[in-house]
Write a protein that binds this ligand. Structure first.
Ligand SMILES: [Zn+2]
Ligand SMILES: [Zn+2]
Length: 274
């Protein structure tokens, strides 16, 4: 029987095969890791049987987080945006359960899915097929797609407009195609940036960081941090939402990105060493 196997460590679903893949290329990459116990595979049916379910987190009436309990893979969450011009799913998670389907259907469904980078590709094809929504991925990361499908639209260049108020920005860094989403009308017109871990909210939620690999603590070079800082500089946003449930910068997030990039560059030049 053909099965769409799922890697337990990163949550990525693969093209259907009779037996599990030999290894998960996303986890053997330097940016991820194979758990100390070795490679483990699961399926959506098994996840449902284990009683996993999604929890909704209503940040406001237009922005809702969706994450799985108990925690699965790297604890990713997706964000559902109700823009008034159309609904967008930003980033994706592996489990799509009946409760999530019912809530999203009552909310008008999903018109487009956009994903920051391969650590959130998860079971994107399941979501895209169920909601009949195209998936927008940056073409620089197309080799990381483990379940190719006609639902995927690869975009190229530095920006991709999804709606009048919603633009994807390719910032790179963590992955060549690492993308963020700018929503100019979010939070009463003050602007919101959704970042996955292209830009990572750190412990105090007052600063952010930028890494080649978070689990392996591999930094980016200074010229990449400068480039990311300058690419995002033209955009205004008061709030920034990272890829995990509580990773939110509440105020002046555009200034936070700038000062955090400058702090990072200073650290790389040795300025912090006394
Ligand atoms: Zn994996
Ligand atoms: Zn990542």
């Amino acid at each position: 029987m053909l099965t769409n196997w799922i890697c337990v460590t990163c949550g990525t679903q693969f093209t259907a095969s009779p037996t599990p893949p030999e290894f998960c290329p996303i986890c053997t990459d330097q940016r991820q890791y194979v758990a100390p116990g070795g490679q483990i595979w699961t399926t959506l049916a098994k996840m449902h049987a284990q009683g996993m379910r999604n929890e909704l987190q209503h940040y406001d009436s237009q922005l809702i987080g969706i994450g799985t309990q108990p925690k699965f893979a790297i604890g990713q969450r997706a964000l559902f945006l109700r823009t008034g011009q159309g609904n967008i799913l930003w980033d994706c998670i592996t489990l799509l359960d009946d409760r999530t389907k019912a809530f999203l259907n009552e909310s008008g469904g999903i018109q487009a899915i956009a994903i920051s980078h391969p650590h959130f590709y998860s079971s994107m094809i399941e979501w895209a097929r169920y909601f009949h929504a195209p998936i927008y991925l940056h073409t620089a990361d197309r080799n990381w797609v483990m379940r190719p499908d006609d639902q995927i639209t690869f975009w190229s260049g530095e920006t991709q407009r999804l709606l009048d108020t919603v633009t994807l920005l390719r910032l790179g860094g963590h992955f060549p195609g690492s993308t963020v989403l700018h929503w100019s009308q979010g939070t009463q017109g003050k602007g919101i940036l959704l970042t996955g871990d292209t830009i990572q909210v750190v412990a105090d939620h007052q600063w952010v960081s930028f890494m080649y690999s978070y689990p392996n603590n591999i930094p980016l070079p200074a010229h990449e941090i400068q480039r990311i800082r300058d690419a995002v500089a033209p955009y205004q946003f008061s709030m920034l939402y990272g890829g995990w449930a509580d990773s939110v910068v509440q105020e002046q997030a555009d200034s936070v990105v700038k000062k955090s990039a400058n702090r990072y560059i200073e650290a790389l030049t040795g300025a912090f060493i006394q």
